[in-house]
Every structure is written in structure tokens, then in C-alpha cells.
Design a protein. Sequence first.
Length: 144
Amino acid sequence: MYRRLSLEKHPDKNPDNPLAVQEFIRLTKAYRILTDEEARENFKKYGNPDGPGSYNVGIALPRMLLQKENHIPVLLSAFFILLVLIPGYVYYNYGGTVNLDDNGIHIMNRRVFGHHINENIIAKQLPSLVSRCTELQELRCETQ
């Protein structure tokens, strides 16, 4: 059967077929898997009768992570870190900066007092403006 198929699929017999070379190589590899014990073992182990490919990728992990009885705790730990710890850290450290502009001034203060503060402001108006600012009100709430 192999001889007949190899004669039919040979690239020299099929010059018009651009896939003839690939088909012939697949047929030859299949024959090697069926007839050669070493090629069969390589196919079972690596998926290729020629053995392992030249391109291998590996990740060095502790053996404890790969043990079957540790799969659930490792997954739960990874989900906890990715879904709770990292977002919590970001929120805790950067959550308050959302309401500040580039100069560190609260955006609400910029809206409310922006038109009051200019180069002609009278010094006696400053205490009333400062007492109404959002940052000072937030400080009062935190200390109480």
C-alpha cells in the first residue's frame, strides 16, 4: 500500500500540485511511525517521528506548583493575587489622585474658585477661600 501511494504522491509525478511535497513527507512520516518502533515512541512522546523539535520552550517552576494536590490552592492564590491584592494596591495608592489635576489641585476647587483667584485677589479674601476648599474640608472629616 505504501509503495503504491508513494508512487502516486511523489512530487516528480505531480509537478502541478503545489502541495505534493508536503503530502509525500506526511506519507513517509506515517509509514515510519507504523514500521519503526523508535519513530512510534518519538511520535507518542513528542508528536513527531523525528523526535523533539529544535525549538523547545520551558518554564522553570517549583515542583510544588506542579503537583496535582496543589493545583486548587495554587489557582486560588493566583486568583486572589490577581483579582484582590493588585487592584487593592492600585486603588489604595492611586485612588485619591483621580480628583486632582496636573498641579495637584482638587478639580472641584478649580471649578468653584477658578474665577475668584487671579492676580488682583485681595489678601483678606484668602482665608474665606481656603476655608471653603475641598481639601481642607476632607482634612477636617479625616481628623474628626
